[in-house]
Design a protein around this ligand. Structure first.
Ligand code: GLN
Ligand code: ZN
Length: 764
């Protein structure tokens, strides 16, 4: 029985890679130093896994930016616009990732998108109809040999050819990127042959699309392609690797592909084991993904041993690998670096495992499953059992009141008192809003100054009273200025917030935070998600004082500003001992209390942001409805308690709405603001067929760049919108919050936006 790790974090234990990359980009360190840093990270990752006795240690899981981009470069699929950089590999690589602005040249970066349902983003391969491929350099081979020189035999990791094509995008009309396979395959074969010749035996080929919905064409290609690989490289032992979902209707296909081994994710899809075993061909090896690669909870050894036992009974010990469910890329490095017990108490810490601890878990599981483990391993099993037991009963996690309340939620709690048509009349007469009312999405520029106040306050260098006074000064300035330029619904500016999820997590029970729990989001960007460990409740009001203060300064309505339950859930590490839907409901109830608190304090307009609702969609379409039902219900629970007269807004960043628009409508927000300007209102196509019933503010300018839009371009965009949405339903607002912008461009842009609304009012 071998242990199998699919990939290790690569940002460095102390985010060394981030620092090295950013210094290199800023011209502060030479290329050689950047490469040296990468070398050290790889070395330390390999040696660590070797010390724990891991059998299949991954190589080529390292990347300076993204593993898909690495492969694109290796395969020579370099878009034409970067051709002039071919001589300099490093410059070429980062230009593809980040764009190139130098010496009068301005070349855009390749597109980036989410890696399946994770918060990691990859660089999307671009394909043209006569795309050519060539093995430009063999990164997998280089890293394999690098590890070998250190005395570590590794298992090179590569994205499989079909998934690689599926991850990309056609940049020209009228061809199917899967048709490029005949050109791509020979290059893959060369790449693999070089590995084979260098002595590699096990190879991990990731084909996550086998766990997704794929069409007949892809299925046929899978058979053809894997047969060719087998014929070309008979000595390589390929582990066909799937994760993030179960194989379901692709089970028969996947188990019968001619590879030495198959890896399945038994954390996300434990139910698939029986079917896989039932259909598994004789002599094939099965890799059991049992140690979670996506979350930070300790493995339940008792449970894992049962799974291993079941598989060994069916297939025999020598046909089993025990592995991680997916790459550990999605979890932080090492729990041992969490030393602040006021943040992560020992009680919570005993339930956690980061990447390094997960390596240890696999090592221990192997000893336990293999029989005759040493005493120390027996003790580890006992400790694990106790920790898991304590979790089941801990008063820190389980709050009877919260559970009872969630259970008692009734259908009527998920609905506003009256239908939108009734609410609209009441709200309009109360708020006296003009046609094309203007507003913003919430945040105003987080200047260096504002951030320095928060940093000082957190370090104890600024007392609470002083911090509050400074922030109130900012709020006052922002309110007065918004009044002056004639915005209709004002915001307080979110100056007190570091991050739209962390700010609420810090004030809710059931959440905690790590010191170093960094996870790569894209390139050198890392995030430190909050940890939801227990039942969630709201011990005290979170935003009421700030918003009330802002409202006290103006006779115009100031929007209460909250983050919605789905977004809070989606951007956190969530507990694994209850369904996500249940945790969502608890957060929704906490937000509901805050909404009611704001209403009671006299706030007439309340926005509940849900930018993450779309990214929470399950990978398989057949699961969408179940998710959307509880996600929409979560939003409705948080917003449904208010009077008809209270206007509920929600905001979502760029989402392809077309396929979920009916569910968005079911959220029944009085007003929804969306990101639209980058696509020139293309998004509004969704509204041609589907008559969206409530009010809507399609963003009229892109806040991601400092560019100041002209009045007329905003007028034109709004006219475009008015063609598919009745003008009486339209709002005027930017695409998203303004916290990353400077004040100068923000002011000028908003003055022009208000002017655009005035022009429209005269025309309609
Ligand atoms: N209210 C938030 C802001 O303005 C919304 C951010 C978001 O949509 N991501 O910053
Ligand atoms: Zn947004």
């Amino acid at each position: 029985m071998y242990t199998n790790i699919l990939g290790f974090p690569r940002i460095g234990r102390h985010r060394e890679l981030k620092k090295a990359c950013e210094n290199y980009w800023a011209g502060k360190i030479p290329e050689s130093q950047l490469y040296e840093e990468g070398n050290q990270i790889r070395t330390s990752n390999w040696l660590l896994q070797k010390e724990w006795g891991i059998d299949l240690i991954p190589s080529n899981d390292f990347s300076f930016y993204d593993q898909v981009l690495d492969l694109t470069l290796s395969l020579g699929a370099i878009p034409q616009r970067y051709a002039f950089l071919l001589k300099n590999k490093t410059e070429l690589y980062f230009a593809m990732a980040r764009g190139y602005q130098k010496e009068g040249q301005d070349i855009i970066a390749m597109e980036m998108t989410k890696w399946f349902d994770t918060n990691y983003h990859y660089i999307v391969p671009e394909f043209v109809k006569d795309q050519s491929f060539s093995l430009s350099y063999n990164k997998a081979l280089e890293e394999y040999e690098e590890a070998k020189a250190l005395g570590v035999e590794t298992k090179p990791v590569l994205i499989g050819p079909i998934s690689y094509l599926l991850l990309g995008k056609e940049k020209e009309a009228e061809f199917d990127r899967l048709d490029l396979i005949d050109r791509l395959l020979p290059v893959y074969i060369r790449l693999l042959k070089e590995l084979e010749d260098a002595g590699a035996t096990w190879i991990q080929l990731d084909e996550p699309f086998l766990a997704l919905d794929i069409d007949e064409k892809a299925k046929i290609l899978y058979q053809k392609v894997y047969q060719s690989l087998k014929d070309a490289c008979p000595k390589l032992k390929i582990i066909l690797t799937t994760y993030f979902e179960g194989l379901r209707n692709n089970t028969e296909l996947a188990v019968n592909l001619p590879t030495e081994a198959l890896h399945i994710d038994l954390v996300r899809a434990p139910g698939q084991l029986d079917e896989v075993i039932r259909l598994f061909p004789a002599s094939k090896v099965l890799s059991l993904g049992i140690v979670e690669g996506r979350n930070i909870w300790k493995n339940d050894f008792g449970h894992s041993l049962e799974v291993i036992r079941k598989a060994t009974v069916a297939l025999g010990e020598d046909r089993i690998l025990i592995g991680a469910s997916s790459s550990f890329l999605h979890v932080p490095y090492d729990l041992k670096t969490e030393t602040d017990e006021s943040r992560l108490t020992p009680e919570i810490k005993q339930w956690l495992a980061f990447a390094e601890q997960k390596v240890e878990e696999l090592a221990v599981l192997k000893e336990l499953a293999g029989g005759n483990p040493p005493d120390k391993t027996f003790r580890a099993l006992e400790e694990n059992r106790q920790a898991i037991c304590r979790k089941e009963t801990s008063a820190l996690i389980h709050n009877g009141e919260v559970k009872a309340r969630a259970k008692a939620v009734l259908e009527k709690d998920r609905h506003r008192k009256s239908p939108f048509a009734v609410r609209k009349r009441i709200q309009h007469s109360l708020l006296n809003q003009p046609l094309f009312p203007t507003t913003t999405i919430g945040s105003f520029p987080q200047t260096k100054e504002v951030r320095s106040w928060r940093a000082k306050y957190k370090k104890g260098e600024l007392i609470r009273e002083e911090y509050d006074r400074l922030l109130k000064g900012e709020i006052e300035k922002a309110i007065k200025w918004q009044e002056k330029i004639g915005l209709d619904v004002l915001v307080h500016g979110e100056f007190e917030r570091n991050d739209m999820v962390e700010y609420f997590g810090e004030q809710l029970d059931g959440f905690t935070f790590t010191q170093n729990g960094w996870v790569q989001s894209y390139g050198s960007r890392c995030v430190k998600p909050p940890v939801i460990f227990g039942d969630v409740s709201r011990p005290a009001a979170m935003t009421v004082d700030w918003i009330s203060y802002a409202q006290s300064l103006s006779s115009k309505p100031v929007k209460g500003m909250l983050t919605g339950p789905v977004t809070i859930l989606q951007w956190s590490f969530v507990r694994n001992d209850q369904p996500r839907s249940e945790t969502c409901k608890q957060i929704a109830l906490a937000i509901r209390d805050e909404v009611l608190g704001l209403e009671k304090a006299g706030i007439k307009v309340i926005q509940i942001d849900e930018p993450a609702i779309r990214e929470g969609l399950p990978l398989r379409k057949e699961d969408w409805k179940t998710y959307l039902d509880w996600a929409v219900a979560g939003f409705c629970i948080s917003s449904g308690g208010v009077e008809d007269s209270t206007q509920i807004h929600t905001h979502m960043c760029y989402s392809e709405f077309n396929d979920i628009i009916e569910h968005i409508a079911r959220m029944d927000a009085d007003v929804i603001t969306i990101e639209c300007s980058r696509s020139q209102m293309e998004l509004l196509n969704a509204f041609v067929e589907f008559k969206y019933p409530n009010e809507i503010g399609p963003g009229v300018y892109d806040i991601h760049s400092p560019r100041i839009p002209s009045v007329m371009e905003m007028v034109n965009l709004l006219k475009k919108a008015a063609k598919v949405i009745p003008p009486a339903q339209l709002w005027v607002n930017p695409d998203c919050g303004l916290k990353t912008r400077g004040w100068a461009e923000t002011k000028e842009s908003l003055i022009r936006m208000v002017e655009a609304a005035r022009i429209l009012r005269q025309e309609y």
